[in-house]
Design a protein around this ligand. Structure first.
Ligand SMILES: [Zn+2]
Length: 373
């Protein structure tokens, strides 16, 4: 199995997504391109490299959450002072519940050096005293708690277990570590491993336990995601592949030497501009849509000025909100006298997006006449 540092781990990550889209357009893995990277936790697991992560939570129920509360409360014991070097880091961890939420977890993980992770695992492996155990249990509790808080921030439509499964099989993510806590026997585990690990059941008593798994992304995909380039690059490769190279697409094509921004994707042959807008909070209703419409309007005006005659707008909004934004944008374009021969809005469905792209490919390759709307 390739490791993160292996040069081959992620070379063709986008290619694999394109192949997946062709064979299984409804695959959950594709959804990851409709997720703004800012909604994913960013870990500092390696020097000089930020890793986007996915957090999977399993076994959440009333009993397991009670066990979590018990574990966390152990940190409040008087034993804290006895532990030299690890102490300050544990105290940093202790601030987590007060901060609450995804940001807290990110901060915690940022401060959690590989050194400390090793220390924690080493502690666990040695014969440890009751006091050690309680502190580690508390850390485990805090960690799981923060993981749950982050997982709550994922988009509603996120079927995490399916996405994880699909992304794993495409080798776009790999497990980095996992933490579990059993409500029945109090057993906990903290494991770092690049291999699929940890059963959904407690190793001691076989009860389903509360489990948080943290996955990191393929290195190459990670870099693209951090620059919002995953979706544009996917669209480019999809179009080029499906048109057998007849259509060539350019990503981040500068408009007016960059003074007027850039096309996310541009196809010169058909003068098609594709704007990708992956919002951080696609489910926030109401007012936010106006500013999204405003931004899209500016962008489309620039596209038109730069010679685009056709345009596709891709957002991760749901169908209804996408329709609202479309109505607003179309109306204002009309008022401004900006005319596209074809303008299509795609919402966060790959069926919708791939359908639009296929239509463009058909028109661009058989030389079909592109009727104005
Ligand atoms: Zn157990």
């Amino acid at each position: 199995m390739a490791t993160l540092s292996s040069p081959h781990f992620g070379e063709d990550a986008i290619e694999r997504l394109v192949e997946e889209a062709i064979s299984r357009p409804s695959a959950a893995a594709l959804h990851i391109m409709m997720v703004n990277f800012n909604s994913l936790p960013l870990l500092s697991l390696f020097p000089d490299r930020k890793c986007l992560a996915l957090i999977e939570v399993k076994g959440q129920n009333e009993d397991s959450l009670k066990a979590l509360t018990r574990a966390k409360s152990k940190l409040a014991t008087v034993f804290l002072e006895k532990f030299g070097k690890i102490l300050s880091q544990v105290q940093a961890a202790a601030n987590i519940p007060q901060l609450f939420g995804g940001k807290a977890m990110q901060d915690f993980l940022r401060n959690l050096s590989p050194d400390m992770l090793q220390q924690i695992t080493k502690y666990q492996m040695n014969q440890i005293s009751l006091v050690d155990r309680e502190i580690i249990e508390a850390i485990v509790g805090i960690f799981i708690d923060s993981g749950i808080a982050i997982a709550k921030n994922y988009p509603e439509s996120f079927d995490m277990s399916q996405i994880v499964k699909d992304l794993m099989s495409l080798r776009l993510i790999k497990p980095e570590f996992m933490i579990s806590l059993c409500h029945k026997c109090g057993n906990y585990q903290f494991m770092m491993s690049a291999y699929a690990m940890g059963d959904d059941k407690c190793g001691f008593c076989s009860e389903p336990h509360l489990l948080v798994r943290i996955y990191v992304f393929d290195e190459y995909f990670n870099e693209l995601k951090l620059q919002n380039l995953d979706l544009p690059l996917f669209i480019k490769r999809y179009i080029e592949k499906m048109s057998a190279g007849i259509l060539q697409a350019e990503v981040s094509r500068k408009i007016n030497h960059g003074e007027k921004g850039e096309f996310d994707v541009f196809i010169d042959k058909t003068k098609l501009g594709i704007e990708c807008k992956v919002l951080l909070h696609p489910n926030v209703p109401g007012t936010k849509l106006d500013s999204t419409a405003g931004e899209l309007l500016d962008q489309l005006s620039r596209y038109s000025e730069a010679g685009a005659r056709r345009a596709i707008v891709v957002t991760n909004l749901d169908e209804k909100d996408s329709g609202r934004v479309e109505a607003k944008v179309t109306e204002t374009l009309l008022q401004k006298g900006i005319v596209f021969e074809h303008l299509r809005f795609c919402y966060r469905s790959f069926d919708d997006l791939l359908g639009s792209l296929n239509e463009e490919i058909r028109l661009g390759t058989i030389g079909g006449k592109m009727e104005p709307r």
